[in-house]
Design a protein around this ligand. Structure first.
Ligand code: ADP
Ligand code: ZN
Ligand code: ZN
Length: 748
């Protein structure tokens, strides 16, 4: 007799118990871990859905007390066991309950009733049908004649037409069906995401102005990348494509996917949600047609379910989408590609806080699939991985169109102030904008407000107030205090610069709206568009602004990081970065990396067409290596300097860091609990020599009346941190004091 440990799908996420059931004889050979089954549960033996975690020969209690599994949901066998294994890995690595992990990986478990569509099919040959038609006409059976006549022209008809315009009732259909002349068939209709519908409606787009991607001949460097990866198909591995902006990574992805498809396999392409534009998807649609599908965060649960269903049934071979597309249940996955792998959106914000890059690596291993990462500005993790042999590095060092990378000018804003210019537009930027407007070329103005958290800096000397313990900037809070979000250090806000004595010290205030006003005043004849959280609120606000700017309906596009990501505007020849260091002083150890990435990506928007591009970087900190390296478009030197800093402070990827996020509605209770937790973590960590920092308030200390704190644990070795996490999880589970407190773990 076999016994199965089963987790019952109940919404109570804290209750993560398994229940043991007897495996009926007829299922003994087929049941596998990861199967979804129906089991009787509770007093009333209500049928519930459960996941098989483990199968064993040893009952946990006297077998006669155990109930039997009802049946396997047979339409859910296959890829699921690998996905369930992936879920268990996510649970152990990132910390969550099994239920939470399963839900993340198997989102299709909430079965939505699929839309059904019926049609009538003629089953006899045309000649025979013509004979019957004669008979019906003679007998004056006009309804039968009408139906058959229509079916002679077209061998099958949708039911709507039969019952609609043909006015045929069931009373007519049934006798013909019984006579074997027709059959009535039902298809499952999958809900199609709107963007696919749109593509189909436009016949894949006939607009020749859009980049095709399928028509281009790969250049030598692109071909090399494709050949190397395809050449190693028998030994799947991890690859990092470091390709400068405009090097033609998309064309490479298309060839790689085509190769996987030729081999009868399927592919997943992850792209940041913000790059899921009509223009981008079109390139794939033109090559692969309806073999692709698309996921995005606005899809309903049912729509998402349908797309996964189609993948499982072999109706599609390519899934494109943001991080959750990683869990597409393809039967024979050959490749996972992650475009712009450095993007923050690949990390989940909810438990389990998985990262798509690491999780993709695990899935690729489980499936024996290739993993391809691509970026112009690889994350420290990916490049470190390439240096350590986890990925093979492949370079695309020049632009596919043959154009040069843009020329960059750095402007020192301290000098501007000294020379009497207090405007946010430096004289150099103003002059270049004027030239471009005269030539009818387009301009992007980028305000780098990523994660901007109100740091305090001096406009005269550029000095930024930092935590004396953590080497991250202090945030200015309303009460006039400055706070460190790692260790909790606070001090009074200063009135003059402690370095140069200038009174021009404080937080940076200008937003995109003020900048638009300033630009309108400076260039009254120019047409401006603004893209930020306010102007993109509507459903298609974001796409609409990009479309308008792409059609040259405006001369200047002003915006936050949304405007710099992956867009291809050939007529943009000038990019102005208004205050490059704003993101440099975010209280986050990744601040320099993120700044470098944003600057390089922003600069990469200039000069993608025939005309050469130019970039102006305005900054209070022109000597900072992130800014110097970005101005030189020099990745490797940046990586080396940043790595030196990470090694010194044991920040990832040099070391591992685990954040323990604690939150609760009662401020005092939270403070006490967080204090206890930190103390406990210090005790546990002491044994493996991990460093514990905090507790401190999170950057946003209170959301919806819930107070939030964090504790950070650092160690060279991720495994040690996972061990600490496991002990802490048990401690929380056992400790009454944490009933009202939510604890979440975040790895690296
Ligand atoms: P990336 O994603 O690397 O920034 P894209 O894939 O968007 O670059 O390509 C940039 C531009 O170069 C696009 O307009 C694309 O059509 C074009 N392109 C790509 N490959 C080639 C090629 N082999 N020959 C000519 N143009 C190409
Ligand atoms: Zn100063
Ligand atoms: Zn600190």
């Amino acid at each position: 007799m076999l016994y199965a440990d089963i987790i019952i799908d109940i919404s109570h996420s804290r209750l993560d118990q398994t229940f043991q059931y007897k495996v009926p004889e007829e299922l003994e050979r087929v049941l596998e871990p990861g199967n979804v089954v129906e089991v009787p549960f509770g007093r009333g033996d209500h049928l519930k859905k459960g996941y098989v975690l483990q199968i064993t020969e040893h009952p946990a209690c006297p077998p006669e007390k155990l109930k039997r599994i009802g049946r396997i949901e047979t339409d859910l066998v296959g890829a699921e066991s690998k996905l369930t294994a992936l879920a268990l890995w996510i649970r152990d690595y990132y910390g969550s309950s099994t239920v939470q992990a399963l839900r993340t990986v198997l989102p299709f478990r909430e079965k939505a009733a699929p839309k059904k569509k019926k049609r009538i099919v003629r089953t006899i040959p045309k000649e025979q049908a013509l004979e019957f038609l004669e008979v019906f006409r003679k007998k004056h059976q006009s309804a039968r004649a009408r139906l058959l006549e229509a079916l002679i022209e077209q061998p099958e008809l949708p039911m709507e037409i039969v019952t609609g315009s043909l006015r045929i009732t069931q009373a007519v259909i049934r006798p013909l069906e019984e006579a074997g002349m027709i059959t009535c068939e039902t298809d499952q209709i999958y809900r199609t995401p709107a963007v696919l519908e749109e593509l189909k409606a436009q016949g894949g787009g006939t607009d020749g102005a859009l980049p095709d991607g399928s028509g281009v001949q790969l250049n030598e460097q692109q071909k090399h990348v494709v050949d190397v990866i395809c050449g190693s198909w028998e030994h799947p591995d991890g690859w990092l494509i470091h390709g400068v902006t405009g090097s033609g990574k998309t064309a490479v992805y298309i060839e790689l996917i085509a190769y996987a498809l030729e081999r009868g396999q399927q592919a997943i392409l992850l792209i940041p949600e913000i790059s899921l534009t009509y223009q981008n998807v079109l390139r794939f649609y033109r090559r692969f047609g309806e073999r692709i599908s698309i996921l995005h965060s606005r899809l309903s649960q049912a729509e998402r379910y349908d797309q996964f269903e189609r993948a499982r049934n072999g109706e599609i071979d390519v899934m494109i989408g943001p991080r959750s597309a990683l869990f597409t249940p393809f039967p024979n996955l050959g490749m996972i590609i992650i475009d712009e792998e450095h993007e923050d959106s690949y990390r989940s914000e909810t438990t389990p806080r998985y990262h798509a890059r690491e999780t993709a690596r695990k899935r690729a291993q489980l499936e024996g699939a290739q993993l391809v990462l691509g970026s112009a500005t690889p994350s420290m993790e990916a490049y470190y991985g390439a240096k350590n042999g986890w990925y093979h590095l492949l370079e695309l060092p020049s632009r596919a169109t043959g154009g040069a990378l843009p020329q960059v000018t750095t402007v020192d804003l301290r000098q501007e102030l000294k020379e009497g210019n207090r405007s946010i537009l430096s004289r150099a930027l103003y002059g270049k904008m004027r030239q471009r407007l005269e030539k009818k070329q387009q301009i992007l103005l980028f305000l780098n407000r990523r994660g901007y958290s109100g740091f305090v800096s001096c406009r005269a000397c550029g000095h930024v107030l930092k935590c004396p313990h953590c080497d991250v900037s202090l945030s200015l809070h309303r009460g006039g205090r400055m706070v460190c979000h790692y260790c909790g250090y606070t001090q009074e806000a200063v009135k003059t610069c402690p370095k140069c004595g200038s009174p021009f010290i404080g937080g940076f205030k200008a937003g995109t709206q003020q900048i638009e006003e300033i630009v309108k005043k400076a260039f009254p004849q120019a047409r401006t568009l603004r893209m930020d959280a306010d102007t993109t609120r509507g459903k298609d606000g974001h796409a609409e602004i990009l479309r308008a700017f792409g059609n040259r309906e405006a001369d200047i596009l002003i915006g936050t990081q949304m405007i710099v990501k992956g867009h291809d505007f050939p007529n943009v020849t000038l990019v102005g970065i208004l205050a490059a260091d704003l993101s440099l002083h975010v209280s986050d150890y990744r601040a320099a990396e993120k700044t470098f990435q944003l600057l390089v990506q922003a600069a990469g928007r200039a000069g993608r067409g025939k005309e050469p591009g130019e970039v102006v970087i305005q900054t209070y900190d022109p000597e900072h290596y992130a800014i110097v390296c970005a101005a030189d478009q020099a990745y490797e030197p940046f990586y080396e300097q940043e790595m030196a800093y990470r090694r010194l402070s044991l920040y990832p990827p040099a070391g591992s860091m685990m954040a323990v996020h604690v939150s609760g509605a009662d401020e005092e209770h939270l403070a006490v609990a967080a204090g206890y937790l930190a103390k406990f973590i210090r005790q546990v960590s002491g044994r493996c020599e991990a460093a514990v920092i905090g507790p401190a308030d999170e950057p946003i200390a209170k959301i919806n009346d819930v107070y939030r704190k964090a504790i950070y644990v650092k160690h060279e070795n991720t495994k040690k941190l996972i061990a600490v996490k496991n002990i802490v999880e048990q401690y929380i589970e056992m400790n009454e004091g944490f009933r009202e407190i939510r604890v979440q773990f975040e790895m690296n």
